[in-house]
Design a protein around this ligand. Structure first.
Ligand SMILES: [Zn+2]
Length: 109
């Protein structure tokens, strides 16, 4: 998928709270889906499961392995969304979480 990159390095993004964010890099990662925890590549995988913990996408395996730890710390409230049963993790990330925005923007306030 081609993303129309309107943000470019050197741009200053103004936030509603008055903060200014200066863009360093803009990377279009296309439709690659990689777990934020184990870096497992799920781009071509049909495996279902996983959740969004804060801003981190946990793959089906990491979700399974870490849920007890999350529960023991009473941190289930940080699970913002869960992959619907039967839907591949990769499709869920692309369609429901990123919604067509495949840009990774880094920078500084
Ligand atoms: Zn993982």
């Amino acid at each position: 998928m081609k993303t129309d990159a309107k943000v470019k390095p050197g741009d200053k993004l103004k936030y509603k709270n008055g903060l200014e964010f200066e863009v360093d890099t803009v990377e279009d990662i296309g439709e690659a889906v990689v777990c934020d925890i184990c870096n497992g590549d799920y781009t071509e995988s049909e495996k279902s499961g996983g959740f969004l913990f804060g801003s981190y996408a946990y793959c089906p395996e990491c979700a399974k392995n870490r849920i007890a730890n999350i529960q023991s710390h009473n941190e289930e409230r940080f699970i913002k969304a869960r992959c619907p049963e039967g839907k591949p993790f990769s499709k869920w990330i692309l369609e429901d979480i990123r919604q067509g925005n495949n840009l990774i923007i880094t920078g500084n306030f």
